[in-house]
Ligand binder design. Structure first.
Ligand code: UD1
Ligand code: CA
Length: 466
């Protein structure tokens, strides 16, 4: 039966996410604060999923419903179990909230903190492996640690003369000598589930914060003669916790720097001033695309090869094609820009607008839920909303689709090869046929036939189409 002892046990993961995060000085629960455009808890959940655990337990409390919804964006409902911690009495109490689900499980429990978002799956896998293989029979508890130049704020790892684990001392409970220790507790551990819950029952709150510390459990297990292993990791960046907004901003900078380096080295993107650009980790950008300073590329954005993006532009959840030129100070949200289009300066695209190949949108032009056909142009001072515009049509300066009657939105349809004169008001719902034209300053209240010319207020037909 000896061999069975080494059989890896099922892995469950427990994530602590009930705290408010007092040091954030925020009304928003800490794990809901955003890093790289996703709540902190989503980062931890995505990493947890990568380990393919049997189940992910999430301890929730402050703004628990919101945290739950965030978790369910990453974790399939069948793999998630939510555990409410009514009062936040400490990390030990948080784990204890899951007692009824876990205390009799013959499993390995990996505990993660909702506020340690940079940890990588590879590191966790190595931690679990050491936990299972420690001294050939596995440990009761394995602690992830790292040495920090500045350990302020973290729990310190106290080792005995033989270098073995002795205990964890929190910053606020540490004496002068212990405060000098640089090896810190990452707040990430593997436990033999049953042993964890039996020791947890003995944890008391006689400490500086009057809390039930999870960090007392390893010491209690050690006193009971159990083996405690330490996995000392090298990369301190992965282990950094977010307790305040300075730390959050620091991690944001790290992720962005990593994303931009990857885009430069592996994908051949030029950043003229990489320090002053934000690119979301999920964005894809093509070869020889040039990005000027003060650009923000957010969400799931895809940008093709050889495109130029000038300063002050924001692109969110959009697709941009090849050889596109986006000039300064544009805002492009939830939209698509085809190959060889030109946009801006000072243009705004939103609401699933689409520019087809070679289309042009110039200064002070807004497109909302509008499709601008191939080679068509709206070069100056124009609002196009709920509009469908054909190919090679020219929209004159100052044109407005009057799409809103105060109650409902109405569509405007413009055909191919149309010339809309400057300052035309298109009172929707209205259709302008292929090859038609409108005179400068006309107010179009009725459909215009193909090849016709309309002028005036309200516009009347002065030349019929053939
Ligand atoms: C904790 C560790 C510390 C470690 C550090 C690493 C304890 C006592 N200390 O300290 O040794 O160096 O993490 O980042 O565990 N939480 C709850 N319910 C509670 C209290 C906390 O769910 O009652 C959650 C928080 O939401 C957070 C996590 O547990 O996600 C850690 O809590 P936090 O208060 O940030 O602990 P630290 O002081 O950072
Ligand atoms: Ca913390």
């Amino acid at each position: 039966m000896e061999s069975l002892a080494n059989e890896p046990r099922p892995l469950d993961i427990l994530i602590l996410a009930a705290g408010l995060g007092t040091r954030m000085r925020s009304n928003l629960a800490k794990v809901l604060h955003r890093l790289d455009d996703r709540p902190l808890i989503n980062h931890v959940c995505r990493t947890a999923i990568a380990l393919a655990p049997r189940k992910i337990y999430v301890v929730i409390g402050n703004q628990g419903e919101e945290v739950k919804n965030a978790v369910l964006k990453e974790v399939d409902e069948s793999h998630a179990e939510f555990v409410w911690q009514e009062k936040q009495l400490g990390t030990g109490d948080a784990v204890n909230a899951a007692r009824r689900f876990l205390e009799n499980e013959d499993s390995t429990l990996l505990i993660l903190s909702g506020d340690v978002p940079m940890i990588r799956p590879e590191t966790l896998a190595a931690l679990v492996q050491l936990h299972h293989n420690h001294r050939g029979k596995g440990a009761a508890c394995t602690i992830l640690t790292v040495k920090l130049n500045d350990p302020t704020g973290y729990g310190r790892i106290v080792r005995d003369e033989g270098g073995l684990f002795q205990k964890i001392v929190e910053q606020r409970d540490a004496d002068e000598q212990q405060a000098e220790i640089h090896e810190i507790n990452a707040g990430i551990y593997c436990f033999d589930t049953k042993k964890l819950f039996s020791a947890l029952a003995k944890v008391q709150n006689h400490n500086a914060q009057g809390e039930y510390y999870l960090t007392d459990v390893p010491e209690l297990l050690r006193a009971a003669g159990e083996d405690i292993a330490i996995y000392q990791h090298r990369d301190s960046q992965e282990i950094e916790g977010v307790n305040n907004r300075v730390q959050l901003a620091e991690l944001e900078r790290q992720i962005c720097r990593r994303t931009i380096s990857r885009l430069m080295l592996d994908y051949g993107v030029t950043f003229i001033d990489p320090k002053n650009v934000y690119v979301n980790e999920q964005a894809e950008i093509g070869r020889d695309t040039v990005i000027y300073p003060n650009v923000r590329i957010e969400g799931e954005t895809v940008i093709g090869d050889g495109t130029t993006i000038r300063s002050g532009t924001r692109i969110t959840n959009s697709r941009v094609g090849l050889a596109v030129e986006i000039l300064d100070n544009c805002v492009i949200v939830d939209s698509q820009i085809g190959n060889q289009c030109t946009v801006g300066p000072f243009a705004r695209l939103r609401g699933n607008s689409i520019m087809e190949e070679g289309a042009k949108v110039g200064n002070f032009v807004e497109l909302k839920k509008t499709n601008l056909g191939r080679g068509s142009k709206a070069n100056h001072l124009t609002y196009l909303g709920d509009a469908t515009i054909g190919e090679n049509t020219n929209i004159g300066a100052g044109t407005i689709t009057c799409n809103y009657d105060g109650k409902d939105k109405h569509p405007t349809t413009i055909g191919n090869n149309v010339k809309i004169g400057s300052d035309t008001m298109l009172v929707a719902p209205v259709t302008v046929g292929d090859g038609a034209a409108t005179g400068a300053g006309s107010v179009v209240t009725k459909d215009v036939e193909a090849e016709a010319l309309v002028v005036g207020v309200p516009a009347r037909t002065v030349k019929k189409g053939e």
